[in-house]
Design a protein around this ligand. Structure first.
Ligand code: SF4
Length: 420
């Protein structure tokens, strides 16, 4: 129904497609993704057959002239697939959707450098991908052993250089801090090595050790984890290091070269943020395909089942495998806008956010403004007479806590759980 409604608005939004490829060759102990670890490449054939069926089902829901301006293969490990499987996937997309040829389109794929040789990058480029993201996490061999992800720096850097040489735009590198045996010295060495071939973007994620929730993490020994002080040290050093090297801090663990479209979008006010992260294509309807993937069509969110068997059963019966969904209320939409503005720009005008209502910030956000008082006292943000919240440089590193104040679904009291 949300898809039908989205076709009926005068100028329907462009589309963003996400494909979840859940397979991985081996298990990284820190991983919290929805994945299937196997060495049997044949299992992907069965999955892809069902994914093609879902492409057909989903494609039928949207008007044929709605351009796909964003397409992303994530996982798991998308490069678990053979090049011919990826090619066939895109052929299926072209049969049921309209892929944009605009130079601003973003067709990206997550790459596990352990599974890709430089020549494969050329094939991906020929297939239309213009952006890649390489999983690195850390170059230190002790860390790599402890997380069960052996990845020689030389091979990764060679791949990165080759991607640059053949003209991939916005090459992203994922790092993680807080992993076992990491210190700020080891992390600095990783950054030093990386800067011999500097990427366009860096995502530096915080490792959250939750072994009860994510069983693979039980293989990581708590005694090997850096202390909170060391983690903070790593993060501070990393931010200092990267900003000194000329990267812009976008926010929420993301850095980009000033000329990168992400940094440019932040400067010109067009940056967006959704459940997949920061985006230069705001306003797209997002269609998630494959197990566990999430769609967002207007104010409606839905998620596919997370297991293979119910996914196969649903598609075999010609049904989408959506198992849960959520329709935002007008209040949710206001809060989404406030949170997105804070995450993208560190600033939001509450009068503008409430423009479609008859309410003033003083009444509508009375509770939130009261909670923010403590953060104002701590120098994390300020609020001026026009009801504009401006997050301070130190507040940007606690942006999640600030945003949580406006999140009515967050655990009560969690907004004040930050370390001064
Ligand atoms: S980190 Fe990536 S490659 Fe490793 S198990 Fe998780 S999804 Fe697979």
């Amino acid at each position: 129904q949300a898809a039908v409604t989205s076709n009926e608005i005068p100028i329907p939004s462009a589309l963003s497609l996400y494909f979840h490829i859940p397979f991985c060759n081996s298990l990284c102990f820190f991983c919290a993704c929805n994945k299937v670890v196997t060495r049997r490449t044949a299992v992907a054939d069965e999955y892809m057959d069902h994914l093609y069926q879902e492409i057909q089902l989903q494609g039928a829901l949207y008007d044929g002239d709605r351009e796909v301006v964003q397409l992303h293969l994530g996982g798991g490990t998308p490069t678990f697939l053979t090049m011919s499987q990826i090619k066939r996937l895109l052929q299926k997309v072209d049969q049921h959707f309209l892929r944009s040829t605009n130079p601003n389109r973003e067709f990206s794929i997550e790459i596990d450098p352990r599974t890709v040789i430089p020549e494969s990058l050329e094939s991906l480029k020929q297939l239309g991908f213009n952006r890649i993201s390489l999983g690195v996490q850390d170059f230190d061999s002790n860390v790599q052993q402890a997380i069960h992800r052996i990845q020689p720096p030389e091979a990764t850097l060679e791949l990165l250089q080759h991607a640059k040489d053949i003209g991939f735009e916005s090459i992203n590198i994922d790092l993680i801090y807080g992993l076992p045996h990491q210190t700020f010295e080891t992390f600095n060495r990783t950054l030093d090595l990386l800067m011999t071939t500097p990427p366009d973007r860096l995502s530096v994620f915080n490792y959250a050790h939750l072994p009860r929730r994510f069983p693979p993490q039980r293989r990581i020994h708590e005694k090997d984890l850096p202390s909170s002080e060391e983690k903070l040290n790593i993060l501070e050093t990393c931010i200092h290091w990267l900003t000194t090297a000329g990267y812009s801090y976008i926010g929420m663990d993301h850095f980009a070269r000033p000329e990168d479209p992400l940094a440019q979008a932040q400067l010109n006010g067009t940056l967006g943020r959704n459940f997949q992260g920061y985006s230069t294509h705001t306003g797209c309807d997002q269609v998630g395909l494959g197990i566990s993937s999430i769609s967002q069509i207007g104010a409606c969110y839905s998620q596919n089942v997370k297991e293979l068997s119910p996914y196969y059963a649903a598609t075999n019966h010609g049904r989408l495998s959506v198992y849960r969904g959520f329709q935002l209320s007008p209040d949710d939409e206001i809060r989404r806008q406030v949170i997105e503005q804070l995450m993208c720009f560190g600033r939001v005008n509450l009068n503008s956010a409430l423009a479609s209502t008859q309410n003033s910030p003083e009444t509508y956000f009375a509770y939130e403004l009261q909670v923010l008082e403590e953060m104002i006292d701590d120098g994390l943000l300020s609020i001026d007479d026009s009801n504009t919240i401006e997050v301070s440089p130190s507040g940007r590193f606690l942006i999640r806590n600030i945003c949580r104040v406006f999140d009515v679904y967050a655990a009560p009291g969690s907004e004040s759980r930050y370390s001064r």
